[in-house]
Design a protein around this ligand. Structure first.
Ligand code: NAD
Length: 542
């Protein structure tokens, strides 16, 4: 950082409402028509050069799987290697840019996203990832804008972190970027996370290779173009869609791998970590590994819970975006005194939910992301329909004739160790275990020890003592813990997000903690009056 600058204080981007007749609704409808009518070819971008490999993946709309939205060139191994070279080359200059110049690129990107490109990104997220207008707005607009603005603010705080100096000495901390490239591997389910994973390290002076999720390539591509427009120099982020195994084979074997910024499933993260361990003696340094992964997020209700708030928390928490949020409620523990009332309210809401093409704004839900997800969820539902001790209380149906549609489903499960209570399904399926009202303490223990994950969780109670008890018993069961609220909807700067156990390294995306992983500090001591005598005073004769 040169001199002294004041970064504009970030404020969370206001969420637009899209009610009938509003200008934002009209603009979004127009953008949907434009994005839906295009069928762009999305290239690989290496060092600012667009590369067309001619090997395509056709990106289709989840709610209309015959509709091709884009044709995505898949990187071959040679291009992946060139992307690594380009990143290292670009970093030579980028790492020496003044902080305020780097910051300006991302603040400008936030502004472009907020003003001129908002509806383009929202439309691409809606059509490509099957989000409703509201779900797209809180993701590809607000959360991504917040990541960009808040990260700049957190970075400023890191650079301001400087050591004490003794008289005659000036100590300084040089918050250097890592030496080498950062490999950013992004998930399908949040355009904001996809944008954040490469940009957070890059803000700190690193260069990155961004491997987008195949199914989110359309919105991710538009964001990449926006970064170019905001002034990101060529090669600082290289956009490399491709077969994950091919891209990883090349990058994880490269001695210049300096960091991995991952969000996705636990299984893939563990695969990557193992590969890094195998290659450890090849690397120039120890790669930083940051990964936010799966969850089996819970709602636990005390006998004193407000039934209306609980039922809404369950329905919104489990079914918004088809349950494909890492934070989505997927297991619930409800006391038997409340269950009949909670069930009836939840079923009434579920019966009211409309599902379909997200361009029809009356729909609350779209489709799940792809055939693989659809098959996985349908298999769970088929088994649940047959297994003893499981009752399908609502939903349970699937339909893949037009899109990958799965009904919002409520299961009542006798055995709290049943697979749908333990495994991440990543779809609109909420399993409920009804417990005897008196067994509150035992139920908290059960919640804590069920499954390997610890991402999000919510407790509903109107009894302060019960809330305190849950807070203590579940301290390690969730990295994001909610009292009388649904377990989804974390906001950048307000509820930094991430979990532990099998849910990730808990480096809290969009917080100062995450940015700290992308710097390698150098301590500098400058002495103004160096000693000229090697002897110390104590050595004098008495
Ligand atoms: P995924 O693991 O299938 O894919 C994530 C990314 O990894 C994609 O880019 C994919 O192409 C890539 N990938 C797959 N195999 C790979 C390999 N061998 N080498 C390198 N990359 C590989 O996950 P997804 O379906 O995109 O996302 C859903 C998962 O992400 C869920 O498990 C969800 O809980 C998790 N998630 C977690 C958080 C969080 O903050 N904890 C946030 C969002 C999503």
């Amino acid at each position: 950082m040169s001199g002294s600058v004041n970064i504009p204080t970030p404020r969370n981007e206001p969420v637009l409402g899209y009610a009938p007749g509003t200008p934002e609704r009209n603009a979004l409808k127009a953008a949907l028509a434009v994005v839906g009518a295009q069928q762009p070819e999305i290239p690989v971008v290496i060092g600012g050069q667009e590369v067309r490999t001619g090997v395509f993946h056709d990106l289709t709309s989840p709610h209309c799987h015959r509709r091709v939205l884009a044709r995505v060139h898949q990187a071959d191994r040679a291009s992946v290697q060139r992307a690594a070279d380009a990143a290292v080359e670009a970093q030579r200059d980028w790492a020496h840019w003044r902080f305020e110049d780097r910051a300006a690129v991302f603040l400008k990107a936030a502004e472009l996203l907020a003003v001129t490109h908002r509806q383009l990104l929202n439309a691409a997220t809606m059509l490509g990832q099957s989000k409703t207008a509201f779900q797209a707005e809180i993701d590809s607009a607000c959360e991504l804008i917040d990541f960009l603005r808040f990260n700049v603010h957190f970075a400023e705080r890191i650079y301001a972190e400087q050591p004490e100096s003794a008289p005659g000495v000036w100590n300084r901390m040089d918050h250097r970027p890592l030496e080498g490239f950062v490999y950013a591997i992004t998930p399908f389910n949040f355009t904001a996370i996809a944008g954040n994973l490469p940009t957070a390290p890059v803000l700190m002076g690193n260069a990155a290779i961004w491997k987008p999720s195949t199914t989110a390539a359309l919105s991710n591509w538009h964001f990449f173009k926006l970064l170019e427009e905001a002034g990101l120099p060529p090669g600082v982020i290289n956009f490399v869609p491709g077969a994950p195994a091919d891209v990883s084979d090349v990058l994880l074997a490269d001695r210049r791998l300096a960091g991995i910024h991952f969000t996705g499933s636990t299984a893939v993260f563990q695969l990557i970590w193992r590969r890094v361990a195998e290659h450890l003696d090849r690397y120039a340094g120890y790669p930083r590994i940051v990964g936010e992964t799966g969850g089996k997020d819970f709602i636990v209700a005390h006998a004193s819970a407000d039934v209306g708030a609980l039922a809404v928390g369950m329905v919104r928490g489990a079914f918004e975006y088809q349950g494909q949020k890492c934070s989505a409620a997927s297991r619930a523990y409800i006391p038997d005194n409340l269950w009949p009332a909670v069930r009836d309210r939840a079923v009434a809401m579920i019966d009211d939910i409309r599902m379909g093409d997200v361009s029809d704004f009356r729909n609350f839900m779209g489709a799940v992301i792809d055939q693989r997800a659809f098959t996985r969820i349908r298999d769970h539902l088929d088994r649940a329909g047959k297994d003893a001790g499981v009752k399908i209380v609502a939903g349970g149906g699937t339909d893949d004739s037009v899109g990958w549609f799965v009904e919002p489903t409520l299961l009542e499960v006798e055995d709290p160790g049943y697979r749908t209570m333990c495994e991440e399904i990543f779809g609109p399926v909420l399993s409920v275990h009804v417990y005897p009202e008196k067994r509150w303490a035992e139920t908290l223990e059960l919640v804590d020890r069920t499954g390997p994950y610890a991402l999000t969780g919510a407790v509903f109670s109107q009894d302060r003592g019960a809330l305190t008890q849950a807070d203590r018993a579940l301290r390690n069961a969730a990295g994001n813990f909610y009292l009388n609220d649904k377990p989804t909807g974390a906001v950048v700067g307000q509820q930094p997000f991430g979990g532990a156990r099998a849910s990730g390294t808990n480096d809290k995306a969009g917080s100062i903690l995450n940015l700290l992983r992308w710097v390698s500090p150098r301590s500098i001591k400058e002495t103004f009056a160096p000693p000229r005598e090697y002897r110390y005073p104590f050595m004098g004769e008495a």
